[in-house]
Ligand binder design. Structure first.
Ligand SMILES: Nc1nc2c(c(=O)[nH]1)N[C@H]1C(S)=C(S)[C@@H](COP(=O)(O)OP(=O)(O)OC[C@H]3O[C@@H](n4cnc5c(=O)[nH]c(N)nc54)[C@H](O)[C@@H]3O)O[C@H]1N2
Ligand SMILES: Nc1nc2c(c(=O)[nH]1)N[C@H]1C(S)=C(S)[C@@H](COP(=O)(O)OP(=O)(O)OC[C@H]3O[C@@H](n4cnc5c(=O)[nH]c(N)nc54)[C@H](O)[C@@H]3O)O[C@H]1N2
Ligand SMILES: [Mo]
Length: 687
């Protein structure tokens, strides 16, 4: 008889799909969506349907390995005991030589992953003060925008879109990135809601909209101000809301009066008449909601642009009402007890050699060039759940740093671009091979991973790895780590979840197996209009002394080398068949789409004598990559588009993307985000 287990897909994705897993004689035989998942209704995405072959993929690394000479691809299978003992010795030596652990660096991604992944950070907290890469390559500038406007990142429940008369999808392409949510968009549309899309590319989402606006990249703030000006001039405002619940409206109002709609319009590339139409549509459909994507923030004034977009619901009183608000991101469902993050090394261990350090040394994620200038220098880098050599800007610099760091440990499933520079590869389990809990940042659905099969080969979960490493360290140097190694996974989970049990309506996390549970956050935020800002009101963006509007090419000079030599703006978008740098190794997914294409406008193609299928070199001052041309009118003349996470002949897309910081991101995360859509390139046909 087959056994059925509960699992959850733990990729960096809003859906966090619940899965039903069938096991026969210890082997996974089927993985399907759980029809009791009230969010996904049991439907998976294309990648989800390949999870089974991923578990047993011949490309999966299933033994610990040591590379003899970085980047040589000369790997030796070693035992866990050898791997962890050698790593432990290096850590102890660093501590001994430097008196502290600042030369040890952690680059980890959390959030959408399982709770036990937090054990990696917990382990490092338990041995002393290290260097941590902090912040996020993803949502931080936009999160700050919400934080500064409302005092916190809150969002409505997914199904609240059904209450909207208008859904404005701005700066994202959810038809590829959040496809389960699209059923609510379509249902709202069938009930008469208007769907508006604002994006430089005519995306798959735009194709399903009622109104589409092709905006010049990076000019979203100008468009928001343009809409605001029309709302003001045509008195489509909710004045009682503005007077009672906002701060800075009179000042903002005088700014609006000064702005010239024609100027704003010319920067956005959208005619005045269309901006006026959009403003009327937004102002006259109430409730109206804005679904803010993650893409639009990765431009020089992306944080400010997102703040300006967030003034629209304030102007029209679309805050705190069903069907209104802004759908972006929330952190409230991760209200953990903090059992991992609160771990601390013993005081004696931190102040060894009388060099007393009080804090971890921190550096923004992705800043590998800066990482190499730190003193004391990084001696050991631990990468878990990330692939910076592919996903962080300026890949060449990232790879250079990876070449220079004396010891790199990568815990992963596959031989990633980052792992190619590792000294130790530690093979980790898939969600089917160990117990954990995953909480969606989007629908707050909370699901359990039951251990359905024994780990494939010698794979171990991050939690198990950290626990064993702590034990080995303590065996060598008693008291080195305060990580409670005797505590089992189940106990950690139970402790970490304590604060969330009441919000989930359960008493123990094992109850999550029975049916879909979600963290019970308010389905409509800000109903009480009690904002969490210093003033307690919604705050207009006045800290920018005069709100900087963005000429389309502003800050061009900030990007070294961008000029007429590199006339095309490179925008990256997501393929339905990739998840960031993952899934590119699936033959089945590869057969469905050639992701190594560069989308070019047909007129540009004509100018450059390029046709679909041509081999193309895309290049700038940072490097070059080979693509296949795909001509499509969906992209503007001066924009070319590639898929996030692709690699061609050893060069990653981010080879072409300079590291430029966002204007926001440091309010919540302590470090600014960075730009992905502000890279300029040229193309030529390869004969
Ligand atoms: N299939 C799939 N799904 C995924 C992922 C994946 O890799 N693959 N990744 C997951 C992750 S980590 C994330 S963060 C989300 C991201 O998902 P989304 O929120 O959809 O964000 P992006 O895919 O980054 O958005 C790309 C869109 O932003 C537009 N854009 C670029 N610049 C601008 C601009 O200046 N203004 C405006 N208005 N639009 C602009 C692009 O043209 C493109 O259409 O998706 C998640 N889901
Ligand atoms: N050009 C461009 N670059 C971008 C973006 C863009 O829009 N354009 N988007 C950015 C965004 S929004 C994001 S979020 C980042 C994402 O970039 P990353 O955070 O690097 O995410 P992934 O590429 O998904 O890599 C995650 C790695 O974790 C591994 N992994 C999976 N599960 C586990 C586990 O349980 N344990 C361990 N140890 N490893 C595991 C996977 O195999 C994979 O190699 O990319 C950013 N990069
Ligand atoms: Mo992301």
């Amino acid at each position: 008889m087959p056994m059925i287990y509960n699992n959850v897909c733990s990729g960096v994705c809003p859906a966090s799909c619940r899965l039903k897993t069938q096991v026969q004689n210890g082997i996974l035989t089927e993985i399907k969506g759980d029809s009791d998942d009230l969010y996904t209704l049991g439907r998976l995405c294309a990648k989800g349907y390949t999870l089974l072959e991923r578990v047993y993929s011949p490309e999966r690394i299933i033994y610990p390995m040591k590379q003899i000479g970085k980047g040589t691809n000369s790997w030796q299978r070693i035992s866990w005991e050898q791997a962890l003992t050698e790593i432990a010795k290096i850590i102890i030596r660093i501590k001994h030589e430097h008196g502290n652990l600042w030369p040890v660096c952690l680059d980890q991604s959390l959030g959408t992953k399982g709770i036990l992944n937090r054990s990696v950070e917990g382990f490092f907290n338990s041995i002393g003060l290290i260097t941590k890469m902090i912040g996020s390559p993803c949502e931080s500038a936009g999160s700050d925008a919400l934080m500064l406007s409302y005092g916190s990142c809150k969002k409505p429940a997914p199904e609240d879109m059904l209450n909207s008369q208008l859904i404005m999808i701005w700066g994202g392409n959810p038809a590829a990135t959040s496809l389960h949510q699209m059923r609510y968009v379509f249902e709202a549309q069938e009930r008469g809601a208007m769907i508006v899309v604002i994006d430089p590319i005519f995306t798959a989402t735009a194709a399903r909209s009622d109104l589409y606006f092709q905006i010049n990249p990076g000019t979203d703030g100008d468009l928001a101000l343009g809409i605001a000006k029309v709302l003001f001039e045509e008195d489509l405002l909710d004045r009682p809301f503005l007077e009672k619940y906002t701060k800075g409206w009179p000042e903002f109002c005088s700014l609006l009066k000064r702005l010239d709609l024609k100027d704003l319009a010319s920067r956005t590339g959208i005619p005045v008449s269309e901006i006026s139409e959009l403003a009327r549509v937004y102002g006259e459909h109430k409730p109206a909601t804005i679904w803010l994507g993650f893409g639009g923030q990765h431009t020089p004034t992306g944080g400010q642009n997102y703040r300006l977009i967030n003034i629209l619901p304030a102007l029209t009183g679309n805050i705190g009402i069903a069907g209104g608000n802004v759908h972006y991101y929330s952190y409230d469902m991760w209200d953990f007890a903090g059992v991992f993050t609160n771990l601390r090394a013993t005081e004696a261990s931190n102040s060894q050699n009388s060099k007393e350090l009080l804090e971890h040394r921190t550096l923004g994620t992705g800043r590998f060039a800066s990482l190499m200038t730190l003193d004391p220098a990084i001696q050991l880098l631990w990468v878990a759940g990330r692939n910076p050599a592919s996903q962080d800007p300026d890949s060449a610099k990232v790879k250079q740093a990876l070449r220079e760091i004396p010891t790199i440990v990568v815990a992963d499933l596959f031989m990633t671009q980052t792992a190619q520079f590792a000294d130790y590869f530690l093979p980790v389990t898939t969600p089917f091979e160990s117990e954990d809990i995953v909480i969606s940042f989007w629908h707050y659905g909370t699901a359990i991973n039951e251990k359905a099969i024994e780990p494939v080969g010698e794979c171990k979960y991050d939690f198990q790895i950290m626990r064993e490493l702590a034990a080995i360290l303590n065996r060598m140097t008693p008291g080195f780590s305060t990580f409670p190694v005797e505590r089992e996974a189940a106990e950690w989970l139970d402790l970490e979840m304590q604060k969330l049990y009441p919000l989930l309506g359960i008493q123990h996390y094992l109850e999550l197996a029975s049916r879909y549970h979600r963290v019970n956050l308010a389905p409509v935020p800000w109903k009480d209009k009690l904002f969490l800002t210093p003033s307690g009101k919604y705050e207009f963006p006045l800290e920018y002394s005069k709100v900087q509007v963005t000429p389309p090419r502003l800050n061009l000079s900030a990007v070294p080398g961008s000029s007429k030599v590199y006339p095309f703006r490179l925008i990256s978008t997501r393929s339905s068949f990739l998840l960031n740098s993952q899934f590119g190794n699936s033959a089945r997914l590869k057969s469905m789409e050639n992701s190594l294409v560069i989308l070019i406008n047909p007129e540009t193609g004509q100018l450059k004598n390029i046709v679909t299928g041509d081999k193309i070199k895309v290049y700038n001052q940072l490097g070059e990559i080979g693509f296949e041309a795909y001509l499509t009118p969906s992209v503007p003349l001066d924009v070319v588009v590639a898929y996030v996470g692709v690699e061609s002949g050893g060069d990653d897309l981010n080879t072409l993307v300079p590291l430029v910081e966002n204007d926001l991101g440091d309010v919540i995360m302590g470090v600014k985000g960075f730009l992905f859509h502000h890279s300029y390139v040229n193309l030529s046909k390869v004969n």
